[in-house]
Design a protein around this ligand. Structure first.
Ligand SMILES: C[S@@+](CC[C@H](N)C(=O)[O-])C[C@H]1O[C@@H](n2cnc3c(N)ncnc32)[C@H](O)[C@@H]1O
Length: 427
């Protein structure tokens, strides 16, 4: 075991001093694949992008025949398009010929030809490097005896002089800024979904993309999420705004300081103007918006009653949250809110529902089974509310396949969008 570690250390050291920018051990060959490569070293290609350059197979002990590594080296080359292929057998380096058919003894790896620079453009790898970092920090916190559930501090995503990711052992991997921005979002979302502290606070990724998609033809101007958490709704809407080259500005607020800081950190590197603050959405002044996206806290009781636009007051955070979303909308704007299904039938929300039916266009109601609100067993609904004259409502109750139905191109999402866009054209 000790021997194995020192071989790895030697291999890492030689690859590093040869100029490789990122060195991965036991790297999976493809996402979800059980096939792993002992060592994968990345280097810049002629365009300055970090690409999988060298593959190293490690063998030790009784293993004496380096040629036996050729089939796995050739398989790596076929799958990755890697350039140089090595076997290290009992610390002796062998390099394969171009066709990966034979091996020659060498002193160590050949330095990559385009220098030591290069930016990683592979989003999967960047995401997994960041995720590893987040989990390593979480383990560290645990080993320090921090009993409070760990949620990453925003410093872990802080900007560096060159955009990139700091590895655990002093490594720094430069990453293309657009890739880094996406990787940060994905890593944070995956971390949150799998950590006890975050899983209840982060919306399901399919909900985030569906909420963004339901903005349909209204995605413009200012997009506000008053309960933004780490910002998954805002980032999903930003993807669409970028795809449509729409000049959109994004505003988020969250009462949880750690979440707001993390969202702000991601927002700082976002390609479109983003303002994220920490505060109570029910108290802070918020901008009027063309689009409001919101998942208000589920099942929460407000300490002080809140006055609603219908003239009544409530302590129910869901009703108050939908009220806030509608209140912040400019005429012609659209709110998409994800709330517990109780909002559609509970007596406490009846008066507010009537207000919505008379004063707005409740354009779509998509019922979802339990599982769509993380950390709870409650059924939920996606409501699409336009600040416009009342009109037809698209209604659907989705079952166990709700994720398929709501993915881009999914039947329910497509049907809802047809209805919404027809309505927009008519209006
Ligand atoms: C269901 S989560 C929304 C998650 C978010 N869509 C995401 O994917 O990260 C509800 C969020 O509302 C926040 N929250 C609760 N009360 C709030 C308030 N009064 N003002 C602002 N945010 C609040 C919570 O901290 C939590 O992040």
């Amino acid at each position: 075991m000790k021997n194995e570690r020192s071989t790895r250390d030697q291999v890492r050291e030689l690859l590093r001093s040869a100029g490789f920018g990122l060195i991965q051990f036991d790297s999976p060959l493809q996402a979800d694949s059980k096939l792993r490569i002992d060592v994968l070293a990345w280097a810049a290609d002629s365009t300055g992008e970090l690409v999988p350059w060298a593959v190293v197979e490690l063998r030790s002990g009784q293993f004496k025949t380096p040629e036996l590594t050729l089939p796995s080296l050739a398989r790596s080359r076929d799958l990755l398009g890697s350039v140089d292929h090595y076997a290290v057998v009992n610390r002796q380096w062998f390099k394969a010929d171009r066709g990966v058919r034979s091996l020659e003894p060498v002193d160590g790896p050949t330095p990559p030809p385009y220098g030591t620079g290069g930016f990683l453009a592979d989003e999967e790898i960047a995401t997994s490097l960041l995720l590893k970092r987040l989990w390593r920090e979480a383990d560290l916190e645990r080993s320090r005896g921090v009993h409070e559930d760990f949620f990453p501090s925003a410093e872990l995503l802080a900007e560096t002089a060159i955009p990139g990711i700091e590895g655990g052992s002093g490594e720094f991997v430069p990453v293309r800024p657009d890739v880094l921005w996406r990787a940060r979002r994905r890593a944070l979302m995956q971390f949150s979904a799998n950590s006890r502290a975050g899983s209840d606070l982060t919306s399901h990724p399919v909900i985030a993309t569906a909420v963004a998609a339901l903005t349909g033809s209204r995605l413009a101007g200012t997009v506000l999420d008053p309960f933004c958490g780490t910002g998954s709704f805002l980032w999903a809407a930003m993807d669409l705004a970028l795809a449509h080259e729409a000049p959109v500005e994004f505003v988020g607020i969250d009462i949880n300081e750690r979440l707001a800081d993390l969202a702000a950190m991601i927002g700082r590197t976002a390609p479109l103007i983003t303002t994220i603050t920490h505060g109570d959405a029910f108290r802070e002044p918020l901008p009027q918006a063309d689009v409001v996206l919101a998942a208000p806290p589920v099942g929460m009781h407000l300490q002080e009653p809140r006055n609603l636009i219908d003239g009544a007051s409530t302590n129910d955070a869901t009703v108050a949250g939908v009220d806030l979303a509608v209140r912040q909308l400019r005429p012609g704007g659209r709110a998409i809110v994800h709330v517990g299904a109780g909002f559609t039938f509970q007596h406490t929300a009846e008066r507010f529902r009537q207000y919505l039916a008379h004063e707005c266009r409740v354009a779509a109601v998509l019922g979802l089974p339990s599982g769509a609100v993380p950390g709870t067993g409650v059924r939920s609904v996606l409501l699409v509310i336009d600040k416009a004259e009342p009109g037809d409502t698209f209604v659907a109750q989705l079952g166990g396949d709700w994720e398929t139905q709501l993915k881009p191109g999914g039947a329910a999402l497509t049907a809802a969008l047809d209805h919404l866009d027809d309505g927009a054209a008519a209006g």
